[in-house]
Design a binder for this molecule. Structure first.
Ligand SMILES: [Zn+2]
Length: 256
């Protein structure tokens, strides 16, 4: 049994066949899926999906791409969703810094990231972190924040083993996506081999980043199995053992 710890089921990519996507996930052994908010509207939509499908949990947050225009109304709206969610909202994110696309100016991304780290602590939720080419600034923000209180995860980890060690030292979890199955992912495969089994999660980040052999297609939660199988192979352990560990870690971190 597996959990897809990070997917965007509110996106238009799933508008026509979400029911079938969830049936395929269950048939593949995916027991639960966390659908992750990226702005206020998407967080609201994530909560609506949880109310409809019992295998889902949701998170709320504002992605660095959308952080530029966020303000008090958004923060209040997100806190209100957490209160109304009554346990259905299990994390705050995704939040962080994206220095590849730079949809928002970097100094504003940093300010909004710090603000959301505070809000997550206020809401007593673990954080889901997005980091693209912003490793040092992400680590600095996390070190200055109360992140240890409820913990957090580096989603779709994209660094190397030295970076993973720095995150582990902050008591964070590491989540690997389908990218680890790609041929040119040697650094990630090293991380997959070395992360302590009690710190590792798996995710699809669907609709993005479909694992081998589906690379290039719309990703979906059923395919988290391919990522888990690949990591189990790298570690030389049975898939069932990898699945049991990552499922337990997801439940511990997100209290679900
Ligand atoms: Zn995501």
């Amino acid at each position: 049994m597996l959990i897809d710890s990070h997917c965007h089921l509110d996106m238009d990519d799933y508008a026509d066949d979400l029911g079938a996507v969830l049936v395929r996930a269950e048939a593949a052994g995916v027991a639960q899926i966390i659908t992750v908010g990226t702005d206020l509207a998407s967080s609201r939509q994530a909560l609506a999906l949880v109310e409809k499908y019992s295998m889902l949990k949701a998170t709320v947050g504002i992605h660095p791409h959308d952080a530029g225009n966020a303000g008090e109304t958004d923060w209040e709206g997100l806190l209100d969703l957490v209160a109304r969610g009554n346990g259905a909202i299990v994390g705050w994110g995704e939040i962080g810094l994206d220095y590849v696309k730079n949809h928002s100016p970097r100094h504003i991304q940093r300010r909004q990231f710090a603000r959301q780290l505070e809000l997550a602590a206020q809401a007593r939720l673990p954080v889901i972190i997005h980091d693209r080419e912003a490793h040092d600034d992400v680590l600095a923000a996390l070190s200055a924040s109360p992140v240890r209180q409820r913990g957090g995860i580096m989603h779709c980890f994209s660094g190397d083993w030295p970076l993973a060690k720095r995150l582990l030292n902050l008591d964070l979890y590491i989540s690997l996506s389908g990218v680890v199955t790609f041929k040119n992912a040697a650094a990630l495969q090293e991380v997959a081999a070395k992360v302590p089994l009690d710190r590792l999660l798996v995710e699809t980040d669907g609709p993005f980043l479909a694992p081998h052999p589906y690379r290039g297609k719309r990703n979906e939660p059923a395919w988290v199995v391919e990522t888990a199988r690949h990591i189990a192979g790298i570690r030389g352990i049975p898939l069932a053992k990898l699945a049991a560990a990552t499922t337990a870690n997801t439940r511990t971190l997100f209290t679900m």
